[in-house]
Design a binder for this molecule. Structure first.
Ligand SMILES: Cc1cc2nc3c(=O)[nH]c(=O)nc-3n(C[C@H](O)[C@H](O)[C@H](O)COP(=O)(O)O)c2cc1C
Length: 305
């Protein structure tokens, strides 16, 4: 059987197909649908130092080819994750990456220290969170702030450090370069795009009802933006890149690999198609065999010729 393994500069994955943060819970929700152990890795929902309830009101808005969410980083907190979820993942031998979020520097550092102390092999740092202390600017929009955050995390966390970039910037290259210079081991991109969903309904009695949801756009409709950003990042840096955004089938994965992604994460598609990660994994194996190639690396080379 074709070898799908990926070596991200020393961090080894059995497959390039990962689940994206926030769309796969802490993995236990998906076990009835797929064989999770086949995945390269499960990326957990973002974890903050303290549990978060998330936003009140309408959190989801369906769009053409995607969705807008304003979940507000609802999560159980890293300590409960360590106590309740980590033992399950370990017992079932599931490879996972912990996604971390914070609203100030100290939160990120504290969470990274806890991850380090508990032997978490890899963290993906979500820098799309607003920095409350610095006036709600996202950590990931300023190269200097991102450099400082990444190097401070690197000082306390000794595992594999992935910085997940936001697409809501004009110069993604300078952010990727800042993270790399500060010691990041890998970049993942993209997080959601800022979007506004508006729904107008005109009732029988001629009233106009307006519903709006402002949040992060994800799903099939963002793929061209994600492909462009992954290509630009890959051309700007040397560390591995994990491509994310709008992947819904095998050919989407091939497109990301062809522009330089070393692995991919699949997000929104899990909601309509909960076994999509396993399906694509099987289809990749079939394709490599059909093309008489030995492994994923050979396929990547062909796609990039
Ligand atoms: C409902 C929802 C929740 C998300 N939560 C997180 C999160 O907690 N941390 C994070 O880094 N990204 C989060 N994301 C972003 C996804 O991981 C992914 O980067 C983005 O949705 C683009 O991929 P997709 O088009 O395949 O969904 C979330 C996305 C969705 C749709």
């Amino acid at each position: 059987m074709a070898d799908l393994s990926v070596d991200l500069n020393g961090f080894k994955l059995k497959s390039p197909i990962l689940s994206a943060s926030g769309t796969f819970g802490y993995c236990d929700e998906f076990e009835d649908f797929i064989n999770v152990s086949k995945l390269g890795s499960v990326v957990t929902k973002a974890l903050s130092i303290n549990p978060k309830k998330g936003n009140e009101g309408n959190r989801i808005f369906e769009t053409n080819g995607g969705m807008i969410n304003r979940i507000g980083l609802e999560n159980i907190g890293i300590k409960e994750f360590i106590n309740k979820k980590l033992p399950i993942l370990k017992e079932k031998n599931i490879d996972f990456i912990v996604n971390l979020a914070g609203s100030n520097f100290e939160d990120y550092i504290e969470a990274s220290k806890i991850a380090n102390k508990n032997g978490i092999k890899a963290i993906e740092v979500n820098v799309s969170c607003p920095n409350v202390k610095e006036g709600c600017l996202e950590f990931g929009t300023n190269p200097k702030t991102l450099y400082e955050l990444t190097s401070s995390i690197k000082d306390v966390y000794k595992g594999f450090l992935i910085i997940k970039l936001t697409p809501n910037v004009s110069d993604i290259e300078s952010l990727a370069i800042a993270a790399q210079s500060a010691g990041a081991d890998c970049i993942s991109a993209i997080n959601t795009l800022k979007g506004l969903g508006v729904k107008i309904e005109i009732t029988e009695d001629k009233k106009i009802i307006k519903q709006t949801v402002s949040g992060g756009l994800s799903g099939r409709c963002i793929k061209p933006v994600a492909l462009s950003m992954v290509k630009r990042i890959k051309e700007a840096i040397k560390i591995p890149v994990i491509g994310i955004g709008g992947i819904s089938n095998r050919d989407d994965v091939l497109e990301f690999l062809s522009v330089g992604a070393d692995a991919v994460e699949i997000g929104t598609e899990n909601f309509t198609n909960p076994n999509i990660t396993e399906k694509i994994t099987n289809e990749l194996i079939e394709l490599i065999d059909k093309l008489n190639l030995k492994n994923l690396d050979e396929l990547k080379r062909k796609l990039r010729e």
